[in-house]
Design a protein around this ligand. Sequence first.
Ligand code: GLV
Ligand code: MG
Length: 343
Amino acid sequence: MRSAKDFFAPLAVGAPAPLREIPARPSRAIHFFDPSNPKMAAKVPDMVGSVDVLLGNLEDAVKADNKLAARQGLVDIARATPDLGGGRGPTQLWTRVNALDSPWGLDDLTTLVTEIGDRLDVVMVPKVQGAEDIHYVDRLLAQLEAKAGLDRPILVHAILETARGMVNVEEICGASPRMQGLSLGPADLAADRRMKTTRVGGGHPGYLVRQDPVDGDIEGSRPTYQQDLWHYTIARMVDACAMHGIYPYYGPFGDITDVVACEDQFRNAFLLGCVGTWSLHPKQIAIANRVFSPAPEDVAHARRVVEAMGDGTGAVMLDGKMEDDASLKQCLVMVELAEQLAA
Ligand code: GLV
Ligand code: MG
């Protein structure tokens, strides 16, 4: 078991050993708020307990003129809301700092760790390009934590939103024992890849397959099926996270009015292995909580398989389906998640 002091050890050359004991705290919905927006900030205390993570966003979506107000607003909110974050209570406190090459990223980290470092659970770092970005944040956090006398390491979450970050996804996951997880950043990633979309997450009506013609079909009348633009990216992110024992997340879904497509995207990500997503509006919290909690009937089935498999080896038939050592492992993932969420 790693102890807090391992986080403060100087970085070894090359990728450090993966962290496998990061706290398995529920983080189905990471709800974003703008700490410079008084209306949003006023709602934060009442949300504690009803959402797994509250994230004070300092980066994109906060106007350049409001960057300092957002940073100070987050300090004020954390101080005024003692049951938020700090490894205690039901709701974690995260922040998304500005990018490391922006005029604000360094001061965001310095101020927040110095002022409210004991309350911050996770720092989300945008536009991560490679392990060097995580090494930089890791060393800076180590210094700031030591200076502030903190004994609990602040964890790091990277947003995958550049082509270079995607190519380096494995090294990013393994770059520090602080790594908690990764989120897909579909809007920036689409721009960086020069995709021809204008949306924040979700599918696209033009990205489709058309069924092969059958005799008598009139051209244009055949059924079409919308494809998932993000399948490759999410699957790749999930593999990299699983290899390093950290957590994958969907990211933003910008069309707040389309709750159906939102739920579909979140569910695809859940089925592929993600543990949570971002919420950009309170109504997305309920969707995320529902989607990223295993369905009771799936948990009940998983428990039946565990029971039927006895010592966990061999094969059994249940409801006409073969279950074996490997399906048992899948069922154990489901049962473990249900137990974590119930704890
Ligand atoms: C999120 O930051 C995104 O770019 O989608
Ligand atoms: Mg972005």
